[in-house]
Design a protein around this ligand. Sequence first.
Ligand SMILES: [Zn+2]
Ligand SMILES: [Zn+2]
Length: 345
Amino acid sequence: MPAASMRAVVYLEPGVIALRQVPIPNIESGDLLVRVRTALTCGTDVKTYKRGHPKYDPPTMFGHEFAGDIVAVGEAVTEFEPGMRVVAGNTAPCNACYYCKRGQHNLCDDLLVNLGAFAEYIRVPARLVQQNTFILPDHLSYRQAAIIEPLACVLHGQDLVQIQTGESVAIIGAGGPIGLMHTQLALHQGAAPVFAIDMNDMRLGIARQLGASRTINLKHEDPATIVREMTAGRGADVVIECAGAKAAWLSALQLVRKGGRVLWFGGLPGGTQVEIDATHVHYDEISIFGVYHLTPQTLERAFHLVGEGVIDAKALITHEVPLERLEDGLRMMMAGESLKVAVVP
Ligand SMILES: [Zn+2]
Ligand SMILES: [Zn+2]
């Protein structure tokens, strides 16, 4: 058994996180205790660090994408044992509420949220152990596996817009980790062409390496002109916004064809109002999808897509820092100098 205390990063308030010595979590009968081997920074962590999070009540543990080694299991646990390499999701639905019964587990009224990946140890509660924890095959590294949570969100989003073979897809904010996952997944679905739109040449370079048909830097080129030129004047069949900016939400509507689908993936600050031209939506029959989080089903699919190499997780992780330098990692991500940062406690 590990010692009684551990190092962990605690979120205190917007702009303030601190490395603390805290007790190692106790586990109950259905839980696991996992030694975190790699935790990944995520856009949500950056947002929380910058402006807080509506669902966090600080001071709170921080970080939610991780993989590691089981060091202890509760007495009721039968599927897992100490020494196993595992990855777990960060939430688990109740499976009993109105939404869960209709397969909308992401909207569960009683969603259990597990935080604390930026620490030496993390408790995985029973509900997560039962439905959202996976044993890593030998060929899968901790850092590759830790990507399944955001990838599951991306899968859930693309499930809504149902990309068909040969459809054109424009991705706004394509150079971020989420955008690069959307790009890879759209290509895997047979989309062509796939337009990768971003403002950062380093990131667009990665999108190109991963197979984007045409990269567009917003600073120098007009996406609407290029997308129309390359789609016989129509616009894209599907537009995915993952920049998390109001301008990007609006620009998605300018890029989509009549009868096309728009996925507003990137969240905006609470209270943001977005004006839509009703005529455009009505006469051009545009479908707009909001999307939130993931389901156990998409998490499991994400785990297999990473294991099978369909999604190149390594390309999305550009830097590594020790736990005490997490703040540097978040700042690099904020500045667009890095994609995801692997944090090694
Ligand atoms: Zn995340
Ligand atoms: Zn539920």
